[in-house]
Design a protein around this ligand. Sequence first.
Ligand code: NI
Length: 206
Amino acid sequence: MEDLRYPVGRFDWDAPVPSAQERRKLLAQIAAAPRHLRAAVAGLSPRQLDTPYRSGGWTPRQVAHHVVDSHLNAYTRFKLALTEDAPTIKPYLEDRWARLADTRLTPVATSVAMLELLHERWMSLLRAMTDAEFARTFVHPEMGREVTLGKTLALYAWHGRHHVGHITSLRERMGWSSRSPRSRRPGARRPSRAKRPSPKSRRARR
Ligand code: NI
């Protein structure tokens, strides 16, 4: 059965540290993440934004705010590891962060804009990093070992796609069109409200 929690698969901690060539692809994914988040939430109503993507899961609203919470921490971890030798970073309780008042009260558009600006600055840092800098590490106290910035780059490239996938897969499953009816996939068109088909012709459609 498809696991709704992992729309792009799980992150592979055992994969080798990305090569310089692989890093280019990961950098492009991080650069694209704000654009993809913006498209994923575009046109969602407040009610849709508050629909959990799975039973017991986060809503698109919580997901959007969480991506900013997470990437703010990630940006800080990069800067700590670039300026200190194997510093121990501070984990945070993401579920509790997602239930704080700002997640409830801040428009999703604010977090999309924050992510755009944050990634603009984060990308300036990432693009300038050398091989030796990607080999620098921090200690994650819950993992009890050093993690390289190269691996962390792969993690956050995955992380953005992972959470955007929660929203886009919810939209697909719910039949929520993206943006306007015109951009609906061919074959996915629904009858307009003005001309509802009779029950008979509706059956024939299946
Ligand atoms: Ni996350």
